[in-house]
Design a binder for this molecule. Structure first.
Ligand SMILES: Cc1ncc(COP(=O)(O)O)c(C=O)c1O
Length: 419
């Protein structure tokens, strides 16, 4: 595994730095484990995405499920991006960050009546509808009082994607979207609804995708559907192509945004309406690290266990998707001889294993620090309190400044919610 260090998360004089702050210096002031993000790296990633997609007139809506910390959403707002949200909780966060409601897209397969009502009242710009049943519910909630509600049908294009089976979302059998064959009849059924303006199509075929090919296959199906709908006099004014752009977790591969943008533009050529993408991971993943302290090095066969103070509840991806994150020492002063470790957390589950047979310096000691790279997306947001552990603090570095953007949520605080 290679280390996908970035422009702003890198070694300087053998010390891992986020921008101008060494992780070791941050860890003298913050208890481990903690998440730490680089503001400059987030801005670099956003700029890279804009440079790739904006020339083709493609709008970027950040999929805030990847990391919904309000300080991060404020950066998203400052950069003029919209958001893709999937719950009323995310709606509240986006509002707290000052993202205009018109720039919000509400996705998700199980939006409740309460959530829809809240989002309609807030004036959310677009509802990506995922089932006949949801459209029926939305139609009952849309009244003269609410005014016209802008909706797009999320269709399931049934394309294969070369990614982990738990993160494909556009195949038959996945719970997401409406079978593409049903779209025309739904458009016909709602054509005369006075308050539902059905005029878009949406898709999201999966995550951590490393090739433009499945996007092109799915878009071809979408474009054929657009043609069919237009022949029936429906005007389609937006196509939301979802996110899923793959990043480098140490395997050395990532999806080149400029070339996928070009392929998307080519596949959608001739479409006159608005084209939207919803990247999450590709904007945030590389901008964050999870910092953890070594509690013990337990000698064992075939490998010693590196037992950390971070656990699967803090970083779920390895347990959930067999995902691997590069694990690096924060100080490489004595790094010449390597040893293989099984890297684990303290939770009472064998799945609380981050990596097996992982090469790291033999000079590591209990009390030392390691960092999990590329944990800015789907890291902190997925954490739980399993084993009665706290929710970790999050920090944002900008140059020489370090700011706590979420305090630790302690067990003492959580216990107060229980009788
Ligand atoms: C509807 C939708 N859009 C966008 C995304 C973002 O995907 P990614 O973070 O891989 O770009 C997701 C991820 O699950 C999603 O469900």
């Amino acid at each position: 595994m290679t280390s996908p260090l970035t422009e702003h998360i890198l070694y300087s004089e053998n010390q891992l730095h986020i921008e101008s702050c060494s992780i070791e210096s941050i860890a003298t002031k913050t208890n481990t484990p903690f998440y730490c993000y680089s503001k400059a790296q987030i801005l670099t990633n956003i700029q890279r995405c804009k440079t790739a997609f904006n020339p083709h007139g493609i709008d970027i809506h950040y999929a805030m499920k990847a990391n919904s910390n309000i300080s991060i959403l404020k950066l998203i707002a400052e950069q003029g991006l919209g958001v893709d949200l999937v719950s009323s909780g995310e709606l509240l966060r986006a509002q707290a960050a000052g993202i205009p409601e018109k720039s919000m897209i509400f996705s998700g397969v199980g939006k409740t009546s309460t959530e829809l009502t809240l989002a309609i009242a807030a004036g959310v710009g677009q509802f990506n509808v995922e089932s006949v049943e949801e459209l029926e519910l939305l139609a009952t909630l849309a009244t003269p009082h609410t005014g016209a509600i802008c909706a797009a049908l999320r269709v399931n294009p049934d394309v294969a994607v070369d990614t982990h089976k738990n993160i494909t979302t556009g195949r038959k059998g996945n719970k997401f979207g409406i079978p593409i064959e049903q779209a025309l009849s739904l458009y016909q059924r709602y054509a005369d609804h006075p308050w539902i303006k059905l005029s878009g199509l949406a898709m999201h075929i999966g995550s951590q995708i490393q090739s433009a090919a499945p996007y092109c296959q799915a878009i071809d199906k979408l474009m054929a559907l657009v043609e069919k709908l237009e022949e029936e006099d429906f005007s389609i004014d937006s196509l939301d192509l979802g996110g899923g752009f793959g990043v480098d977790y140490g395997e050395g591969a990532s999806l080149d945004l400029a070339s996928v943008a070009q392929e998307i533009a080519h596949s959608t050529a001739g479409f006159k309406g608005r084209i939207i993408i919803e990247p999450g991971r590709s904007l945030l993943a590389s901008a964050g690290v999870l910092v953890s302290r070594i509690t013990y090095i337990k000698e064992a066969q075939p490998n010693p266990f590196l037992i950390l103070d971070a656990a699967m509840n803090d970083l779920m991806r390895p347990a959930l998707y067999q995902a691997s994150h590069p694990i690096v020492p924060t100080n490489t002063d004595n790094d010449s001889c390597m040893r293989h470790y099984d890297v684990v957390g303290p939770i009472c589950e064998s799945t609380d294993t981050f990596a097996r047979n992982y090469p790291l310096s033999e000079s590591l000691k209990a009390g030392g620090l390691v960092a999990f790279l590329c944990t800015g997306a789907y890291g902190s947001v997925m954490s739980s309190t399993y084993n009665s552990r706290s929710i970790l603090p999050e920090l944002l570095v900008s140059g020489t400044e370090t700011q706590i953007i979420r305090k630790e949520i302690t067990q003492v605080q959580l216990i107060k919610y229980e009788q």
